[in-house]
Design a protein around this ligand. Structure first.
Ligand SMILES: [Zn+2]
Length: 376
């Protein structure tokens, strides 16, 4: 059997997604150290935490220490502190009194910080780095709380929609009292666990930009450029056109039942799915479709082993290119082809490209398809 496919990166994935469950020691160690970041943020009154905090100083809100500089002291905390960025990327804050949470900068009302969710509001706020507690008014005699936000100027007509949206978003999120806490977003309990952190570190490492699947695949250059643009989310699907303020109804032109995004069009659309299934059936491979184009390209590359993947590696470029051509024909020329027609075009194109690059010696499509199915 093509043993190569089981070696290399894939063995560190959990068994349920096709790996052998062997842990990467460095990442696992980082995940273990995450436990200490979690405890530092939450165990405010504990002695060990106070010792560390007085030695290195606290960063805003006291969720972590400042950056550890110099070589003095024990290297242990320095090591733990290194994992801060990936750790806090999965933390959401729950506002008690809001003394420790920055209103605009910290993610608390949603996984995205308010400054990124409402940049127009952020641009004209008076108190960019204020804590949530600074933004709350308390009615006398234990009455209710309300938001007290100050802006540098009155709103323009065109801003009122954003303004209402913003206030609708925060109106139900007034701090309720008690301690501010962290919520771990990678599991349902909201409490940090090493396992979920480890797998997120692993996923982040595996999905680096898949340049080999784009530039080392033998396909026409214009197709490689298209694939590169698609991987960067830059092809002009309707969602991207809407972002450029074009007033369009977002409706996928292939399946006509869901919104058109790059990942929908090229991977998840029913139309695309039929083509992917056909190819996987041809190669006799079981495959769970990843969420987006980048993950797909990363996982696809050399999946059958580095010596037997020549034709296989062409598939994403070829299939996505044909979908894109069909998309453009429907959008600009108002012609459309049934999926079966594109399916046979896909197989013919794979055959032609394989002949050009010398990956097959077969003279007929029929023999080529047989040779592909039989070799795995
Ligand atoms: Zn669709």
């Amino acid at each position: 059997m093509g043993g190569g496919r089981w070696f290399g990166e894939k063995v560190v994935w959990p068994v349920e997604v096709g790996g052998l469950g062997i842990r990467k020691i460095r990442l696992f160690n980082q995940a273990l150290l995450g436990k200490w970041l979690w405890r530092f943020g939450n165990e405010v009154t504990h002695l060990w935490r106070q010792v560390i905090a007085s030695k290195y100083g606290e960063a805003s809100g006291g969720w972590c220490t400042r950056v550890v500089r110099g070589t003095h002291g024990c290297g242990m905390w320095k090591n733990i502190r290194k994992g801060v960025e990936s750790f806090f990327g999965h933390v959401l804050y729950a506002a008690g009194e809001g003394f420790r949470i920055r209103f605009w900068y910290d993610p608390w009302s949603s996984p995205t910080a308010l400054k990124d969710l409402y940049p127009a509001m952020f641009a004209i706020t008076m108190d960019k780095s204020a804590m949530i507690s600074d933004m709350v008014d308390y009615a006398p005699n234990g009455g209710g709380r309300s938001w007290n936000l100050r802006f540098r100027r009155a709103f323009q007509d065109w801003e009122t929609g954003i303004f209402y949206d913003f206030f609708a978003h925060i109106s139900s999120k007034l701090p309720r009292g008690g301690d501010d806490t962290m919520i771990w977003q990678l599991n349902r309990s909201g409490v940090f666990d090493v396992r979920s952190f480890y797998f997120s570190l692993l996923a982040a490492q595996s999905v680096s930009f898949p340049w080999k699947s784009i530039w080392c695949v033998k396909v026409p250059k214009r197709v490689a450029f298209f694939l590169w643009t698609a991987a960067r989310g830059g092809i002009l699907t309707i969602d991207n056109l809407v972002k450029k303020d074009l007033p369009l109804v977002n409706w996928c032109c292939l399946c006509r039942c869901e919104e058109e995004t790059v990942d929908h069009l090229l991977i998840h659309c029913k139309y695309a799915h039929t083509l992917w299934s056909e190819v996987l059936r041809l190669f006799g491979v079981q495959w769970v479709m990843p969420k987006n184009v980048v993950s797909l390209l990363s996982a696809w590359w050399n999946w059958l082993g580095s010596h037997t993947s020549n034709v296989w590696n062409m598939v994403p470029a070829c299939l996505m290119w044909l979908i894109w051509k069909e998309h453009n024909a429907r959008t600009f020329e108002e012609t459309e082809r049934l999926v079966d027609c594109v399916k046979s075009l896909l197989l013919r194109t794979l055959f032609e490209w394989s002949r050009i690059w010398g990956f097959t010696h077969c003279h007929s499509l029929f023999n080529f398809l047989n040779s592909v199915s039989l070799s795995f």
